[in-house]
Design a protein around this ligand. Sequence first.
Ligand code: UD1
Length: 363
Amino acid sequence: MYKIISVVGARPNFMKVAPIHRAFLEHRDTFTHLICHTGQHYDANMSKVFFEDLELPVPDYYLGVGSGSHAVQTANVMIQFEQVLLKEQPDMILVVGDVNSTIACALTAAKLGIKTSHVEAGLRSFDRAMPEEINRVLTDSIADYLFVTEKSGLENLHREGVSSDKVFFSGNCMIDSVVRYLPKAEQSEILLQYKLSPKQYILITLHRPSNVDNPAKLGELINFLNTVAAKRKVIFPIHPRTKRNMADSNLLETLHPDITLIDPAGYLDFLNLIKNAEAIVTDSGGIQEESTYLGIPCLTLRKNTERPVTIEVGTNQLMGDDFPRALEALNEILQGKVKAGSIPELWDGHAAERIVEKLKELL
Ligand code: UD1
């Protein structure tokens, strides 16, 4: 029997670990799988609702680290996770994505000589001003097994000199969750709740520090959203960080009345909002992938993406912070001129199964 501890910390981790947990359960004769939630995200609508929607069990460990500066948050996760590792002595830990909890736990395990798998390895934005880029590069450099979602990840790791026998092209676990939960998400009543009609609204999400932490930039963004709202209804599930920054700069009251501002949505409701959107405007990493899988036009308000396959074969387009260009691109979409896309290789709903099968061989 092998004991594995998977780490979740922030919202985008839950939909990746849920299918991995299920795949480990399929091999319960070989693996004991524990889940450790660091508590990086702690509000019910940033955490608990995902456990319910994704049918995740109550985590075996909850570290309750909460918010803080990068150093404080990362250090607190490390201090507490070390105790978990010392007590459980797992054969391997598994971390996903690129949040502070990812690097904190990978580093803690590496220093104790415990093997680490990184799921969603190899993605690179080549922008070291992004906290996630630092987390990605560092986690990949200390992980023992690297599971990659798209071919660019293989190239990046090869260029960085990572030995190819540690690297596996598994596909995308987040898409496993989309495949599994889409039928259930179709039953969500969120459109009725906010009086939205399918394909007649724009879905917005914004939370990257580079967009929302600078008041002047945030003001420009809100002007852009107000122009969009003059054309179509807008629904904007707002991240707590963005809401706090808008409140601090007195921007909340400047929003166009046709922008429906809602609390962060649960997984099933949000999937429904993506599926039925006419277009999406976002700075999220995961939503670039979910929209590509579902074939929904996506305009990404960033200068780079660590997920280039969503541009190369998917429906995503990078807009940087060029708001006139983004408006032009949106107008085209609203006139029906949409970029055709297809589904990237191995985004087929079976990535987690491939990962667990591979671990069975490796351990
Ligand atoms: C984190 C990840 C980011 C990911 C995002 C998804 C890092 C470096 N960043 O960013 O990669 O895209 O999650 O949401 O790990 N807050 C709450 N309630 C919560 C959680 C956060 O109110 O449950 C507020 C706090 O004011 C906190 C702020 O949001 O200070 C930022 O939270 P934090 O976890 O530091 O980073 P995110 O911006 O959420």
